[in-house]
Design a protein around this ligand. Structure first.
Ligand SMILES: Nc1ncnc2c1ncn2[C@@H]1O[C@H](COP(=O)(O)OP(=O)(O)OP(=O)(O)O)[C@@H](O)[C@H]1O
Length: 314
């Protein structure tokens, strides 16, 4: 499959601070790529570099299979975007705003404008001045503006901000439709896993300017593990018993008094019995599921050493 975006060692420094460090992301054609990271992680900066709004201090960007050269801007016509708070001509109507934008982008198509307004469900209010629009309506109009030139790539920076639950639902199904019916590639950023998890095909996790992991959601779901969590005041003795008496290697200590055992071949009953017989005081022992939320939290906490579960002693 062709890649729509490919960055290699992409970096950006402001004065002496590197805010994006050697980021390699690959967005395949026709996929939704969720760019996930806490506030200030560098998501907007990467998107701005893709649009040529910020100049990289290092690395390379390839868009639609071609390396971006300084001053090249032909590719911009193939991209729709929503970065930061959208600005409109407030006294003009929604439709007039889109007309102007399409004209400016060199792709004016009345039908495409109508379709975009229909897709975001603004038909009926499209002849109202934008100053009468709510925040959520403006956000939807911004998406319509991004798609009214029928782009091949959409860059959406936290597009769900300011939307009510109904608006969020509408956006999710719209993004899926754009991918499935138009074959658009979408790079969508968020600081919330719950937002990304429901629509992304691939997730790239960024923290403090570093890409920590890029993984397909299918792969991620398959790798999620069940585990048994043991709470004990003597974690060192418990670890010893797990290794020496039960031959378990796949476990890790996640807190001063907490161990997680990922080796599900040993039953919970055998675990409890063996620990008790070897004088390990047990406060609780429970089977748990490693949620995606936990998985990402661990990943961010652990920096790029994220191969969960880690082997004992590693
Ligand atoms: N023009 C600038 N000058 C100096 N530092 C900047 C500039 N723009 C961004 N930064 C810094 O770069 C870092 C990354 O910012 P960025 O906006 O890319 O993060 P983000 O992941 O998009 O977060 P958010 O969701 O809060 O926007 C932040 O620490 C920010 O303060």
């Amino acid at each position: 499959m062709t890649n729509t975006i490919r960055t290699r060692m992409l970096s950006k420094s402001y004065k002496s601070t590197e805010t994006v460090s050697n980021v390699d992301i690959t967005v395949k054609r026709g996929e939704i790529y969720g760019f996930l990271g806490p506030n200030g992680a560098g998501k907007s900066t990467v998107m701005k570099m893709l649009l040529g709004l910020v100049r990289p201090t290092g690395g390379e960007i390839e868009l639609f299979g071609e390396k971006l050269m300084p001053g090249s801007n032909e590719h911009l016509k193939r991209i729709g975007h929503l970065i930061e708070t959208p600005v409109f001509y407030e006294r003009l109507t929604a439709a007039q705003n889109l007309d102007l934008h399409a004209e400016y982008m060199g792709y004016h198509n009345k039908e495409a404008i109508g379709e975009a307004l229909r897709m975001v469900q603004l038909i009926g209010v499209d002849n109202k001045p934008v100053k009468e629009f709510s925040l959520g309506m403006k956000q939807r109009l911004a998406i319509a503006r991004a798609i009214c030139t029928r782009p091949e790539l959409l860059l959406l920076d936290e597009p769900i901000n300011g939307l009510d639950p109904e608006g969020i639902q509408l956006m999710r199904s719209l993004f899926r439709r754009l991918r499935d019916e138009w074959g658009i590639s979408i790079l969508i950023s968020s600081h919330l896993l719950s937002e990304i998890e429901q629509i992304a095909d691939t997730i790239g996790v960024i923290d403090r300017g570093h890409l920590i992991r890029e993984v397909s959601l299918d792969e991620l779901r398959a790798s999620r593990t069940d585990y048994v969590e043991i709470a004990t005041p003597n974690a060192a003795l418990a670890a010893f018993v797990l290794t020496e008496k039960l031959g378990i290697e796949r476990f890790k200590q996640t807190g001063e008094r907490v161990l997680r055992v990922y080796d599900m071949n040993v039953s919970q009953e055998t675990l409890s019995k063996t620990l008790i017989l070897n004088d390990v005081p047990i406060e609780s022992i429970n089977r748990r599921h490693h949620s995606l939320e936990e998985y990402f939290f661990d990943m961010i906490k652990g920096g790029d050493n994220h191969d969960a579960p880690r082997q004992a002693g590693a």
